[in-house]
Structure formats: structure tokens, C-alpha cells
Design a protein around this ligand. Structure first.
Ligand SMILES: [Fe+2]
Ligand SMILES: [Fe+2]
Length: 262
């Protein structure tokens, strides 16, 4: 008996949402995942999420949505996130932040715990130490679920990789988000925790991390603030399919999944 989890990287803007609508149903048919999770921190106009868009994404076939440093990018989201049962905020934000710090999903009589940890290095929104937060979450959630999977939403590859080794053999998988560039280090660590530094982005890839190229280039050239609209072209979906053993809580395999790649 095994469980399959499809974990999809940051959904960016309308192109990213349309990619979910277009490709998740066929991914479900092809791979038959038991759970499909995606990071939705950029789903609304490239920054943040709304209750209506969360519901749209769930209707397209996602089981749960995670967030990151752009969590508060849409006005009023703090007032509604608490009512969204399949959306979780990063677990290591201050305790007083609204939103549930993890998800517990059920399928086939098994439970999957999912939590996002924010990196502490180079982020515009920092949480508590992700290593210590991971320890606390494991203590809290391991007795409650069959499999536990964490997402590390962070800028530094070193921080993500170090956390992977720190958690090896203690959780089913650690996958990275936030940098929007899929990494080719997809692997099972020696003690059977599945790992990838970054899942990549679901959105327009003729872009700089999902934003139109020219304004971003101009911003680097003159260092002046300006609007950075979401790009449109070359839409791709990136994620990982992780096979998990509910008897051990560890992983049996992990592979990169993509759609829209020429
Ligand atoms: Fe992102
Ligand atoms: Fe982010």
C-alpha cells in the first residue's frame, strides 16, 4: 500500500490558475494521486490569494493550498483565511497570525499532514527558525498522521538543503518553493525522505519568475520601483509526484512532473 502526493510549485497569476484548470484533471487521470497540493502564494495577480480564487483552485482539482511570504498580498485576506479549511499559512509565522498552521488531509483511510516553513535567510517576511519549528511540528503532528510532508519556502538553497538533511528519516518529504526555478536535485535522501530544493513555478515562463521581463530588467538598471505585471507567455506547470509509505511515514520515490514544456 502506498500513497501518492502531487505537490505543485507556486501558481502565478491568471496564467498559473488556468494551467491548474487545464492540466490537473489529466494529471489526476494519468498518475492517480491520492492528494494534490499546490503553493498559491502568487495566485492572485502575482501576489497573495483571495477566498474566491482559493475556491476556484480547489474546484480545479487541488486538495490543499499552501502559502509563503506573499501571503498578505491581497487586501482583506487576513480576515478570511481563518475560514478556509483547505488553506494553510506558513507554520512558523508568529502565533497571532490568522490562518491554520498546517493541513491534515484524509484519503483511503490514511492521513497526510502538510505544513509550510518559511526560511529565515533573505526573506522579506521571516518566520521563527525553520529547523526548530520543524522539530515542534514533528512532535505535534507525528502522533496524529500517517505521513508528514513539509514545504520549505525559502530563498537560500543552502538553508533548504540543510533542512532536508536535518529532517531525513523523520518526515516523508521536504520540497522547496519560493524561488520559482525547478531544481534537478530530486532524490530520496538516505533515510528515505524525498527531497527537491525547489519545485518550480506554475505560470508564464517567458518572464522573470512570472513577471514581465522588461520592467524587471529596467528595475535592475535604474533601481527605481515600478509595477511588475504578471507575464503571459510560455505557461508551464511544475511539481513533484511523491510516493509515500503510510506504514513507515517515509518515501518510496519522487519524480519531477511538468506540463507545457516544449
Ligand atoms: Fe512564489
Ligand atoms: Fe515566496
Amino acid at each position: 500500500m502506498s500513497l501518492k502526493l502531487l505537490f505543485i510549485g507556486d501558481i502565478v497569476g491568471r496564467p498559473g490558475r488556468e494551467a491548474i484548470r487545464e492540466w490537473v484533471p489529466s494529471l489526476r487521470r494519468e498518475y492517480e494521486p491520492d492528494f494534490v497540493i499546490a503553493n498559491a502564494e502568487n495566485a492572485a495577480a502575482g501576489s497573495g490569494l483571495t477566498a474566491a480564487l482559493a475556491q476556484d483552485l480547489l474546484n480545479y482539482g487541488l486538495d490543499g493550498l499552501t502559502l509563503g511570504n506573499h501571503i498578505w498580498g491581497q487586501k482583506g485576506f487576513d480576515a478570511v483565511i481563518g475560514g478556509l479549511k483547505r488553506v494553510c499559512r506558513p507554520a512558523n509565522l508568529p502565533k497571532r497570525c490568522p490562518g491554520q498552521p498546517f493541513l491534515i488531509l484524509e484519503n483511503k483511510g490514511f492521513t497526510l499532514g502538510v505544513a509550510t516553513l518559511m526560511g529565515a535567510k533573505g526573506m522579506d517576511l521571516c518566520g521563527d527558525c525553520p529547523f526548530q519549528a520543524a522539530d515542534a511540528l514533528i512532535d505535534l503532528l507525528k502522533p496524529q498522521v500517517d505521513v508528514l510532508v513539509f514545504e520549505i519556502h525559502a530563498e537560500y538553497t543552502s538553508e533548504k538543503m540543510a533542512l532536508g538533511w536535518y529532517l531525513d528519516g523523520r518526515i516523508g518529504a521536504l520540497v522547496g518553493t519560493h524561488t520559482h526555478v525547478p531544481t534537478a536535485d530530486t532524490r530520496l535522501l538516505p533515510k528515505k525522505t524525498a527531497y527537491q530544493t525547489d519545485l518550480g513555478m506554475t505560470g508564464p515562463h517567458d518572464s522573470v519568475l512570472g513577471r514581465q521581463v522588461q520592467p524587471v530588467v529596467d528595475r535592475f538598471l535604474d533601481r527605481m520601483p515600478r509595477l511588475l505585471p504578471v507575464a503571459q507567455e510560455n505557461v508551464q506547470l511544475w511539481g513533484c509526484l511523491i510516493t509515500l509509505d503510510p506504514a513507515t511515514g517515509l518515501a518510496l520515490g519522487i519524480e519531477r512532473i511538468a506540463r507545457g514544456v516544449a
